[in-house]
Write a protein that binds this ligand. Structure first.
Ligand code: SF4
Length: 423
């Protein structure tokens, strides 16, 4: 709990910052001007439903439909240093051992065709062909690259949206096209209307491998508005959640830092709130993050958000209670012991609860549970059902492992490592 306090403060601050209008202090007359009329949201707030989208192929990967949300990260090195860019792309596209996290699309930003050619040649020399996403601002560059790369992000601003049929037809080719609206002072509704019109044009000219995104400081409301407009117009193109966190000021509180990483509470909370909220709404077929974090931290953060929102279970999930006066064993020590034995079991959820009073309720979502039921006594759960009662604490971790094995969910650590390396 001591470590969680700072993150709690950060979350509350983010919420309070948004309350620039205190609705409860306004008269009904004032509210009618300031507060927008409630409309049907593009998601059901009481249950999870992923926004239905059509599956398209980008490089050799599916995006949209029932495919897991894909991950895209931006190259940080200067494009003038081709070798550094090449090495960064190779590093990002290589799965991290243990949880297999990797950047499935790696993005470079340039309108210079020669830059792209130089980087592709450098990658060819190393016999690697990651899925390159080229971010361009000019239609001419997009047209020139459409048959030589797998993905193009066309950054568009109000006034330069390519609505003409002829222009869009030139974008039908090898590359999937992400139309990315750069928000300035437009309303969220205006952006949603522009992108809906553009999506309808894409459909009309047969540009089927299109995706849509918005670039803004606060992406939650514009994306919700977009999903709502797409739903109304029955548009099912995939939506890319794109977030640039480079503006986030790290907190100067030394306690609000995660040891051995560049992630601080402010960056973690901002990115988690922006991307996580939309993923929980069911919106997002790909997640693209740009930040000042080190590449490994960036990958970890994105995968943790995808894991927490239950889209991509890349590692074991431990759901432990914060501990309190009722806790019947040393929660930190036991959690560490269980982690040491089971952290390689991809996708499994294990609940570790200090007592029987609240524990089973708090871990209702877990596959297996370890719950204190008396001094030195543990009960084990499979889902919500108790399967072993009051076993001695000294044997409990071994018995939990046996239980996982009996239910066919066990993998030897070496086997799971080999599987990760291949995937
Ligand atoms: S599960 Fe029990 S021990 Fe853990 S915090 Fe809740 S009440 Fe306390």
């Amino acid at each position: 709990p001591v470590n969680e306090v700072y993150f709690g403060f950060e979350l509350v601050k983010k919420y309070n910052d948004k309350l620039w209008v205190h609705a409860d202090t306004l008269s009904d007359f004032a509210k009618s001007f300031i507060l927008p009329k409630a409309e049907e949201p593009p998601f059901t707030p009481f249950e999870f439903n992923r926004r239905p989208s059509q599956k398209i192929v980008v490089g050799n990967l599916d995006v949209g439909g029932d495919a897991v949300p894909r991950v895209e990260l931006e190259v940080k090195a200067s494009l003038s240093n081709v070798e550094k860019v090449r090495d960064e792309i190779i590093f990002s596209a290589k799965p991290f051992l243990r949880d297999g996290a990797k950047s499935e699309f790696t993005s470079i930003t340039t309108d210079c065709i020669d830059d792209v050619k130089a980087i592709q040649a450098a990658l060819n020399e190393k016999f690697v062909a990651p899925i390159l996403s080229v971010s361009v601002s000019q239609m001419l560059t997009a047209k020139a690259l459409v048959n030589s790369v797998d993905k193009i992000r066309l950054n568009i601003k109000r006034g330069d949206v390519p609505f003409e049929k002829e222009g869009l037809q030139h974008l039908v080719g090898r590359a999937a096209i992400e139309f990315s609206f750069v928000k300035t002072d437009e309303t969220d509704t205006a952006i949603a209307e522009i992108l809906t019109r553009l999506a309808e044009k894409c459909r009309a000219v047969g540009l089927e491998r299109a995706m849509f995104s918005i670039q803004a400081k606060d992406i939650i409301y514009p994306y919700r508005r977009l999903a709502q407009a797409f739903k109304k117009a029955q548009i099912t193109f995939p939506i890319v959640l794109r977030y640039d966190a480079r503006h986030v000021q790290p907190t100067n509180n030394p306690h609000a830092k995660i040891p051995d990483s560049t992630i601080d509470a402010s960056t973690l909370c901002t990115v988690a709130v922006q991307l996580g909220t939309l993923l929980c709404d069911g919106i997002g077929d790909a997640v693209a993050l740009c930040s000042n974090l080190l590449r490994g931290d960036e990958l970890n953060l994105v995968y943790n958000i995808l894991q927490a929102t239950r889209y991509r279970m890349t590692k074991t999930e431990f759901i432990s209670c914060p501990s309190c006066g009722r806790t019947l064993f040393d929660l930190e020590e036991v959690t560490a012991k269980i982690k040491a034995r089971t952290a390689h079991l991809k996708g499994l959820k294990i609940g570790i609860m200090g007592c029987i009073v609240n524990g089973p309720g708090e871990m209702a979502d877990a596959d297996f549970g370890y719950v204190g039921t008396g001094v030195g006594e543990i009960s084990l759960y499979v889902g919500k059902e108790v399967v072993e009662r009051h076993i001695p604490e000294a044997e409990a971790v071994d018995r939990l492992v046996e239980l996982i094995k009996r239910h066919g969910k066990w993998q030897e650590p070496e086997a799971s490592l080999a599987e990760e390396t291949q995937s």
